[in-house]
Design a protein around this ligand. Sequence first.
Ligand SMILES: NC(=O)C1=CN([C@@H]2O[C@H](COP(=O)(O)OP(=O)(O)OC[C@H]3O[C@@H](n4cnc5c(N)ncnc54)[C@H](O)[C@@H]3O)[C@@H](O)[C@H]2O)C=CC1
Ligand SMILES: O=C1[C@@H](O)[C@H](O)[C@@H](O)[C@H](O)[C@H]1O
Length: 344
Amino acid sequence: MTLRFGVIGTGAIGRDHIRRMTNTLSGGEIVAVTDVNQEAAKQAVGQFKLNAEIYPDDQSLVNAENVDAVLVTSWGPAHEQSVLAAIKAGKYVFCEKPLAATAAGCMNIVEAEIKHGKRLVQVGFMRRYDSGYVQLKEALDSNMIGEPLIIRCAHRNPSCAETYSTDMAVTDTLIHEIDVLHWLIDDDYKSVQAIFPKKTKRALDHLQDPQIFLIETERGVHIHAEVFVNCKYGYDIQCEIVGEEGIIKLPEVSSILIRKNAQLSKNILMDWKERFIDAYDKELQSFIDSIRETGEPSGPTAWDGYIAAVTADACVKAQKTGVREPIALKEKPDFYQDGSESKR
Ligand SMILES: NC(=O)C1=CN([C@@H]2O[C@H](COP(=O)(O)OP(=O)(O)OC[C@H]3O[C@@H](n4cnc5c(N)ncnc54)[C@H](O)[C@@H]3O)[C@@H](O)[C@H]2O)C=CC1
Ligand SMILES: O=C1[C@@H](O)[C@H](O)[C@@H](O)[C@H](O)[C@H]1O
């Protein structure tokens, strides 16, 4: 059975997912698209020569009879409405981060999914499918370095849009570390403090860049997470975990060694799309395969989306107060106990 997808939002990542669904993955096809900018939807259909209907809005697309699953790749604040509509219609839904713009919105989705009685939702936290992070997870799960104690990580972009604001360093960027780190060490976050170091001359007046987040987990692991979105030199993701018996580090992206002009060098990527291209392929292929094989998605859950939203709220509050802020999650419902962030 081919899974027939409707896409809500045909911007940058919407088109990237349409491309991989059409040219790279198997078992899925795009049969419907919509965008508030209808011209963008038409362009996407033309660009990828899709045999797909263009719908005027998310509701009509979700309710189309030939749509089995929905890809939500619109702006963050629009996600909740589309995901809730998909659940109401009993359709599978792959939603790019954030699951919803607020923790309350994520909880609405969690409650709707529980009421439906079966998992329908997967959140686009693709780093869990990146081979480097998977290797870190395997090392931790096999107790290779003993108990994790300290994590140092960095999320660096060469530059950002003028509209990128200080809180987006959390909601748009750090959100990936927030998701992947608690999954890696199988721990819950307890508190966070935000620190603003000297600002780069490349950041516009309204933006604090870089930023540092000091996060503590329930088991006492200390995380030092840097977000630097005008670092100029490249798109660079770093993660090092210090354990009782040793240290593990995310591998560098594979690149040829260049000997030239008396220098030995390697290239650094400039674009997130290339850095995580395999992870995006794997997360969507896994979404398709698990639904076809088991009738439910197996990747990051709506509860993971809720954890990320609560943690992001605390990080944004910490940016404003300058003091350590608590991160308080509700109790995890039984429905999600066997979810993708299962215990080590
Ligand atoms: N997992 C990842 O690494 C990434 C995730 N994202 C997430 O994907 C989402 C989209 O990001 P981009 O593609 O970069 O943004 P974008 O601005 O390029 O595209 C968003 C598109 O959604 C459309 N749109 C907005 N509201 C809509 C609505 N209510 N109904 C239908 N269409 C609507 C816009 O017209 C636009 O074409 C964001 O939530 C972003 O955080 C984006 C980049 C990478
Ligand atoms: O999700 C993403 C973007 O929205 C965000 O702006 C980038 O900082 C991230 O690295 C990318 O993965």
